[in-house]
Design a protein around this ligand. Structure first.
Ligand SMILES: [Zn+2]
Length: 680
């Protein structure tokens, strides 16, 4: 942003703060905007530059626009389940009432506003924009004159609870709420060019700058569930206000003030000394994403060292095959440590290395989305395709699994195996439900789907990076203001053939960089029906640099044979078992697809099993299923028995049909498993 535009933005923010609405033609409008980030290798494209047009992601975006946004608007405005918007209305003095709901409801309401704003960038839906403006006006009215805003605290104070005050109890989740406010306001600003929401976020950030001027250990304790690192850095990017970057640095340094910290909030040891993912997986991944944001702005090599080591720990020892994070419901961390005095209680937590239970896997949808946020920023900092592999893996599997195909029911946890009966009674439902008391995941999923097209492309000075495949269009500018328009056509992830067509370009050469996923064995690239080039390597970007002409096209072929996977033998829960994957999609076996009388636990997979891929347009809104013949052994009644002499019952052939893991449990109560024992 040039100095004149920056000054103009400041004037407009001041006017917006006193209620005079203004819009700005923003220059920098990506979801995570790295246009001016000193350590970014990749610049993001603006929210309105990349759109899904047809196919898998276009269908998800349409579901988000037509089902998720309207139904969540009703839920957030209503009071049937909890109070989200109503708490703001009461705080603003518009209606009478009392605070109701969790301390983090404000933050989850902001996430919903962010997702709804992102859909505006693609749809220009004036009715939705008006609705958002109305909601934002009430938030502005609820904000204190000093910039503080947290309805739970404000309403409890007004209710006479004199012992309630800002930033005194980490369980009040104020910093989480502030962080989500800042991120949501940036996305709203970039999607709509309006500064009304951004002005609220700036006023709140100014309050934080003042309140945390001289941090104490007690204040530092409040940096819990840290969405605020991402939020304040993004606000710095949106406004170019250096105090906000200083505050981000201060927040990070403050972590070291925490006394008697633990892995439940990753403050047992300083971040720069961390080399493993420990503790609460949502908080850990938000912290990692925030640290990556700070690295993008500062280039601090200590941050990158820790991030790289933690990342290697996660992908080689702690991440599920679905990209899910957080193996444990409840535990102690660092579990098994020789240094017992530093062990603390943790919940929804990363486990020990290779501790990846399937039935009791937690994998909160928010942790899996946090994995996307983190890896996206690592990619922006490096251009390394391995990070986009994780983004893709998580999106197709452990993120989309968080929502039902109807767009209105949600999982909180994402296990890899569900049996009937379950071995243990767990506190979260095995079925997707419209509401849970911790309503953090549904609006998180909504915003991730609404913003998914922004992950599909990136830019560097004379290159366009194609990160995700899906029917889409891109209209952007490269350096020198050269306009480039391209379109992408593909049935990915159901097959790996992709055509990218140049619709508009300048005279100067530029590069198309095509992501070759790590699971590919042999990719081929053809330009304008020319000879195929098979030199592309997996887990890299294949560069085609030339002077393009409108009408030029590139055909990329990423063959997708069915892959039967096995886990490192140190993963006890997967020992002698296999899972099935095709392209980026992880498959599962669900009980409705088994012959009558066969249970999930009966099925064995022969080493030479052949699976055939078939697109079934009538099943689960259209999916590729994998069909073959496995073996089944009927189980004797184990009731009351823990061990017995091995059964030698015969194995009988059994037809099986695998479906994508993300769409399981859309046909009522069922059994499901990703990992299955080998027959031989
Ligand atoms: Zn969640």
């Amino acid at each position: 942003m040039n100095p004149i535009a920056r000054t103009l933005l400041k004037i407009q923010l001041c006017l917006a703060a006193v209620g005079i609405a203004f819009s700005l033609c923003a220059e920098d409008r990506g979801l995570v905007d790295t246009t001016s980030s000193s350590s970014a290798q990749i610049r993001t494209v603006s929210l309105d530059e990349a759109h899904w047009t047809r196919g898998f992601w276009a269908d998800r975006f349409e579901l988000c626009r037509t089902q998720m946004v309207p139904s969540m608007t009703r839920l957030m405005e209503g009071t049937n389940y909890s109070q989200f918007f109503r708490n703001f209305e009461i705080t603003a003095g518009i209606v009478k009432g009392q605070s109701h709901g969790a301390t983090f409801n404000d933050g989850d309401f902001y996430k919903f506003l962010e997702g709804a704003s992102a859909t505006l960038a693609a749809t220009n839906d004036s009715a939705l924009q008006k609705k958002l403006d109305d909601l934002i006006a009430v938030i502005a009215k609820a904000q204190e004159t000093n910039g503080y805003i947290d309805t739970w605290i404000q309403l409890h104070q007004r209710g006479g609870e004199t012992n309630i005050a800002p930033f005194q109890n980490p369980e009040h989740f104020e910093m989480y709420n502030f962080g989500q406010l800042m991120t949501a306001a940036c996305v709203h600003y970039r999607a709509t060019h309006e500064t009304n929401f951004l002005a609220i976020a700036c006023k709140a950030a100014d309050f934080l700058c003042e309140s945390f001027e001289n941090p104490t250990p007690a204040l530092a304790n409040n940096l819990i569930c840290p969405s605020h690192y991402m939020g304040i850095v993004e606000l710095y990017r949106a406004t170019h206000e250096p105090r906000y970057l200083d505050l981000a640095k201060k927040f990070f340094a403050m972590r070291d003030l925490v006394k008697d910290g633990g892995d439940d909030n990753q403050d047992r040891i300083p971040f720069q000394q961390q080399d493993e993912a420990e503790g609460h997986a949502v908080r850990a991944n938000y912290l990692h994403a925030g640290a990556a944001d700070l690295f993008l702005e500062t280039g601090d090599a200590h941050l990158w060292r820790s991030l790289s080591e933690i990342w290697t720990n996660v992908v080689t020892k702690k991440m599920y095959i679905t990209g899910g994070c957080g193996a444990l419901y409840d535990g102690a961390s660092p579990d098994g440590s020789k240094d017992q005095k530093h062990i603390t209680r943790v919940h929804q937590s990363y486990g020990r290395n290779f501790q990846l239970p399937n039935t009791t896997a937690y994998n909160e949808t928010c942790a899996n989305i946090g994995n996307v946020f983190w890896n996206w920023r690592m990619f922006l900092a490096s251009g390394d395709a391995r990070f986009m592999d994780v983004v893709e893996l998580a999106l197709y599997n452990s993120v989309l699994s968080g929502g039902a195909l109807d767009g209105t029911n949600f999982f909180y946890t994402n296990p890899l195996r569900v049996t009937d009966p379950m071995p243990v009674d767990l506190r979260w439902s095995r079925q997707r439900v419209p509401f849970v008391g911790s309503f953090c995941c549904p609006p998180n999923l909504l915003r991730t789907i609404a913003e998914s097209s922004d992950y599909a492309y990136g830019k560097s000075s004379d290159s366009i990076w194609v990160n995700l495949y899906g029917g889409s269009s891109l209209a952007t500018k490269l350096s020198g203001d050269t306009e480039v328009k391209l379109s992408q056509e593909t049935d990915y992830p159901w097959n790996g053939r992709v055509r990218i067509k140049i619709e508009k370009c300048g005279q100067d050469p530029f590069a198309l960089k095509l992501r070759i996923p790590g699971w590919v064995k042999s990719a081929s690239v053809r330009i304008n029906n020319g000879a195929p080039d098979i030199s592309a390597r997996p887990a890299s970007y294949f560069e085609i640099r030339k002077a393009w002409k409108p009408g030029d096209f590139v055909d990329l072929d990423l063959p997708m044979p069915v892959r039967v996977m096995e886990a490192n033998p140190l993963v006890e829960d997967d020992l002698n078992q296999v899972a099935v994957q095709r392209g980026p999609v992880v498959y599962c076996l669900e009980s409705p697809d088994l012959p009558a009388g066969v249970k999930i636990s009966d099925v064995r997979i022969p080493a030479d099993m052949h699976l055939t891929a078939r697109y079934d347009r009538w099943l689960l809104n259209g999916v590729v299923v994998l069909e073959g013949r496995a073996l089944a052994q009927s189980q004797m009644d184990w009731n009351g028995t823990l061990y017995r002499e091995m059964s030698r019952a015969e194995l009988n052939p059994c037809n099986v049909k695998f479906i994508p893991y993300s769409v399981w449990q859309n046909r009522g109560r069922s059994e499901m498993t990703v990992w299955l024992p080998r027959a031989n």
